[in-house]
Write a protein that binds this ligand. Sequence first.
Ligand code: HPA
Ligand SMILES: [Zn+2]
Length: 319
Amino acid sequence: MKPLVELHVHIEGTLEPEMVFDLATRNNIALPYASVDALRELMEFDDLPSFLDLYYECCAVLRTREDFRDLMLAYLRRAAAAGVAHAEIFFDPQTHTLRGVPVDDVIDGLLDGIAAARDDLEVTAGLILCFLRDRPVAEAAATLESAAHRAGDLLSVGLDSAEVGYPPHLFAEVFERARELGLRTVAHAGEEGPAAYVSEALDVLRAERIDHGIRSLEDPVLVERLRREQTPLTICPFSNVRLRAVADLAGHPLKRMLDAGLNVSIHSDDPAYFGGYIDDNHREIEAALGLSASDLDTLATNAINSAFITDERRNELLG
Ligand code: HPA
Ligand SMILES: [Zn+2]
């Protein structure tokens, strides 16, 4: 069995309700939830925007470098227990800098957590700085400049938050600047937005991986292109069900995507909110779709081949 590689997880989406309460106490923040259970009960969503409202609200407890370290270390412990050997992890700096947290504290804290995990968990990890597409483009550009001196500490940039109405082309110049800084590029597209956003992310942003991309199936020409170019699509089954992009796991298009020869792999998105981590996503989607041993090997191999790692590390993970 190949190890798991996590390519689509938002660190803020690993903030478990218990940690929301612990950090609120540490930082003297009054929460609008009566209890951990009361917060958990709010985790019923109609769509991406309704989820994002709660996700951003909970982020208010993250204030210090130590908070970000503890969040990262808790996530990597859980990931290591799931069998994850390598993780490429999104973070949303604007969510924190808009509340007055310095971007360096966010990055330093997350790197502290990664360093601590490397020493005792044998998990490697890297960071993907995401721009919030539903905020002004100028703010994304300023965020990138504010983190430009940390480009050596980052793997890639990404694009997340509410998708519909915020097409990728808006961020063309920001992504171009990121490439000038030596960063790789990925983008959420085709989660709730149309297949055309996936094409735009490829053509205009030159995204090297597409996060979600499930609505690509609505455009046969795009599907053929994704197959030919073997563009990685990072699929998050629990997220798609909980945000009602698909009705249930049995109706998830993953098997159709595999059978179409697309480069898909399984990931967790926001595990604290969507009912499970990467191992849980794998176990349940495999059962729901009756995936074969060969499908499972393809999924594991795709994730390893789609990671931003050295050839040496890739060979180690491929075994
Ligand atoms: O699933 C997601 N989609 C878009 N933005 C996000 N930010 C956190 N999770 C998500
Ligand atoms: Zn995501």
